[in-house]
Design a protein around this ligand. Structure first.
Ligand SMILES: CCCCCCC/C=C/C(=O)SCCNC(=O)CCNC(=O)[C@H](O)C(C)(C)COP(=O)(O)OP(=O)(O)OC[C@H]1O[C@@H](n2cnc3c(N)ncnc32)[C@H](O)[C@@H]1OP(=O)(O)O
Length: 719
């Protein structure tokens, strides 16, 4: 796990050999400890270079080992030994030096980085802190403000930024290991005392208290209820106010308070869930590792509304040429200006040239005849989409893949009107499409594995987190979210206010509660869908009372708001009132209070005081319950897929892991009990009825989430 070579007669070269990222597993820690001992004890050796195999220095501690108490050689002791040694040790950083990997580099006397390397202390994103001396050495090296920024955010920096900040001594475009060897030969004669970071005097700014207070407020605002950033601040404060050894003790105490916390478990689960979701599998056995995606060079985007513009930008900025199609000159011109503006702003932010030459705008569908793929992003109207797919069949060459950006319509129905149903699938982008990271790839029953592989690979190329899901109304994300918003509406009927429901969800960790989110997205979106599906408007069965549809409870309150023109932020009022149309400052609206009171009187509902616990349980247990049904129905393959969708598409707080992980943390038995309780109280709400899979898992002793897959026996998978 660590290779030892003597080079140039007097240098020990220690190479970490734990692919793919040379993580510091217990075997690697043992390996480095032994090799350092050997190098320091060998009189022939005058200096040491540490590097990583496969042009990657080190991705940090082995996160998989955090599932159990840490055993084996201590990183802290190893790093103290390296630093205290009498021979210069040089870190040769290629690829990444992250977390424990960067802390290893900080313990070395010199750091040489390749110009493409990235460095940082991302432990906070895993619910931890850099507990191998990172919180004590980094502020001594680069100062408290810069160290605080890096440690509390977990941001990686480029080698150039690292050099500017003083994190590395030199950067090179050559092989960093070779450069480090040459550097080491020159370093042999130099004194080491000023190179031991732990002994350096801390550069302290005068207004220390104010600085820590400001950073604490910033962190609390950005990540409400998240523990790790606050612990990071306390550890850096210890570095600023205590001698090194006492600071290390504080670092270790703070790490102990985080190490087995539920937040750390959730955040580490999210890290692996994201990687698990990328490894898609279809029932045919086709999967990410055995199906070659098509190479996409030319794409067409049909429709230049909000979604189409974002998709065009996402494609062009990764070098794919785009033909954007609209039906009217005015719409085309508006779309063209918006796309160009977005691309120019994006390029300016990234310090690159906008690839405007990749864009073409047209009113003629004929112009898309030679593209590799088409992504349709027209209005969410089935007959319009069908018409377009029929036309695309005629226009496009036979090898063109066709994708629909629908948020919930039947992908197979669209495939069925084409001459190539196996070459049709869904690509559900989230708005704004050039910003939001999530892409649901919808596999129709006839979609070929190549069609899916191409969508997944293209999504990844555009920087998206892609999840392959089955075809059903709303797919995974929107199918589940309906149960959550329904509960929120029912809670209003029963006595809650929008601000109470939102307050409870925001306290839980959502950046925005369900009603504030609805105001932001626009209430008319859901209204149109409900009208189309006959839940409101002229198509409603006259025998249905206003608060029941198809035998189930229904809340007409959102429809009532829309009928009054309250569409959310854009109209200046929705569930809240805003300072002006387009305003963002949500204030509780007495008119909504009045509307709710009138509604309760009309339907003889006795309002009651509803606890935050009930608000959370009703909204979130029902969400997980539908997630279990999604798994039962084979619409998603594994709970990780659902959680990734909720983390990246719906703002589910990452430190809670996602709806399925949250249910697992609460305890499946408890979730089942509470759902049974609520279903008993509201028998006309089928979504509150516990799913079969939840019952089955509880009956099997509530296995850990990673084992649920073994218990999911689907009648037939939709993937
Ligand atoms: C009381 C205890 C005291 C202990 C003190 C310890 C203090 C130190 C703590 C730490 O170091 S925590 C870890 C900090 N490091 C990170 O957070 C980095 C995590 N990794 C990444 O960001 C990325 O993986 C990467 C290194 C930038 C590489 O990205 P790339 O896109 O190239 O590859 P991936 O698909 O992400 O990863 C490939 C493969 O490797 C696995 N992996 C990555 N990093 C780790 C790791 N640190 N530990 C274990 N495994 C890791 C990743 O899961 C992938 O695995 P597979 O999916 O292929 O199985």
């Amino acid at each position: 796990m660590a290779r030892y070579e003597l080079v140039k007669g007097s240098l020990a070269l220690i190479t970490l050999t734990n692919p793919p990222v040379n993580a510091l597993s217990s075997a690697v820690r043992y390996g480095i400890t032994e090799k350092i001992k050997r190098a320091l004890g060998d009189p022939k050796v005058k200096a040491v270079v540490i590097c990583g195999e496969n042009e990657r220095f080190c991705g940090g501690a082995d996160i998989r080992e955090f599932a159990a108490p840490m055993r084996g050689h201590s990183l802290v002791m190893l790093f103290d030994d390296i630093e205290a040694g009498e021979k210069p040790v040089i870190a040769a950083i290629e690829g990444v030096a992250l977390g424990g990997g960067f802390e290893l580099a900080l313990a070395c006397h010199y750091r040489i980085a390749h110009s493409k390397a990235r460095l940082g202390l991302p432990e906070v994103t895993l619910g931890l802190l850099p507990a191998a001396g990172g919180t004590q050495r980094l502020p001594r090296l680069i100062g408290i403000p810069a160290a605080l920024e890096l440690i509390t955010t977990g941001h990686h920096v480029s080698a150039q930024e690292a050099l500017k900040l003083g994190m590395v001594d030199q950067i090179t475009d050559e092989n960093a290991c070779k450069m480090a060897v040459e550097f080491a030969l020159r370093a042999v004669a130099k004194p080491l005392s000023s190179r031991r970071i732990s002994t350096l005097t801390m550069p302290c700014p005068p207004n220390l208290d104010a600085l820590f207070e400001a950073v604490t407020m910033q962190v609390q605002k950005k990540a409400r209820g998240v523990m790790a950033p606050l612990a990071c601040i306390q550890a850096v404060r210890a570095a600023a106010t205590l001698p090194y050894s006492k600071g290390m003790k504080r670092e270790s105490e703070l790490m102990a308070s985080l190490f087995s916390s539920s937040q750390a478990r959730a955040l580490q689960y999210c890290f692996f869930a994201q990687r698990t979701a990328g490894k898609w599998t279809l029932p045919s056995g086709a999967q990410w590792s055995n199906i070659k995606p098509r190479d996409i060079r030319r794409a067409a985007v049909i429709g230049l509304g909000t979604m189409g513009r974002g998709i065009a930008v996402s494609l062009a900025r990764v070098g794919i040429s785009v033909i954007a199609v609209e039906t009217e000159k005015k719409l085309l011109e508006t779309g063209r200006q918006m796309v160009i503006g977005m691309l120019e702003r994006d390029a300016k932010r990234r310090g690159v040239t906008a690839s405007l030459y990749l864009l073409q705008f047209t009113l003629s569908l004929q112009d898309v005849k030679d593209v590799d793929i088409v992504i349709e992003a027209v209005f969410e109207d089935m007959s319009l989409k069908k018409r377009l797919f029929r036309d695309l069949s005629k226009v496009c060459r036979p090898s063109t893949l066709l994708y629909t950006n629908t948020s919930g319509l039947d992908v197979d129905a669209l495939a069925g009107v084409t001459d190539r149903p196996h070459m049709v699938a869904g690509m559900h982008f989230f708005s704004p499409a050039h910003v939001m990271k999530l892409l649901e790839v919808i596999c129709g029953p006839r979609s070929s594995s190549e069609t899916i592989a191409t969508a997944m690979s293209l999504g990844k190329r555009m920087g998206k987190v892609c999840v392959a899901v089955g075809n059903c109304p709303g797919f995974v994300g929107n199918r589940m979210v309906k149960t959550y918003t329904d509960q929120a509406n029912f809670l209003l009927e029963e006595g809650a206010t929008p601000e109470q429901v939102d307050g409870a969800l925001e306290e839980f960790g959502f950046a925005m509660g369900v009603f504030r989110m609805s105001d932001l997205a626009g209430l008319d979106v859901g209204w149109r869908i409900r009208k189309e599906s006959g839940l409101t408007g002229p198509d409603v069965d006259p025998k249905d009372p206003p608060h029941r549809r198809q035998g189930h409870r229904y809340s007409p309150i959102p429809d009532m708001l829309c009928e009054q023109g309250r569409m959310g932020q854009k109209t200046g009022c929705g569930w809240y009132v805003y300072e002006k149309p387009g305003g963002t400052e949500a204030k509780p609206d007495p008119l909504i209070q009045k509307l709710l009171e009138g509604y309760r009187v009309r339907y003889s509902i006795q309002p009651r005081k509803i606890s935050s616990q009930e608000l959370i349980e009703r909204c979130l247990y029902v969400l997980a319950n539908e997630g279990f049904r999604v798994l039962e129905d084979g619409i998603a393959v594994q709970p990780e897929d659902i959680d990734v969708i909720y983390l990246f598409g719906y703002g589910f707080p990452r430190h809670r892991g996602g709806p399925m992980f949250y249910a697992n943390m609460v305890g499946l038995g408890r979730v089942l009990d509470r759902l049974e309780h609520y279903h008993h109280a509201h028998p006309d709400v089928p979504h509150l009825k516990p799913s079969q899979l939840l019952k089955k898992l509880v009956a099997c002793g509530s296995p850990p989430i990673q084992k649920w897959k073994e218990h999911i026996k689907t009648m037939h998978s939709h993937l």
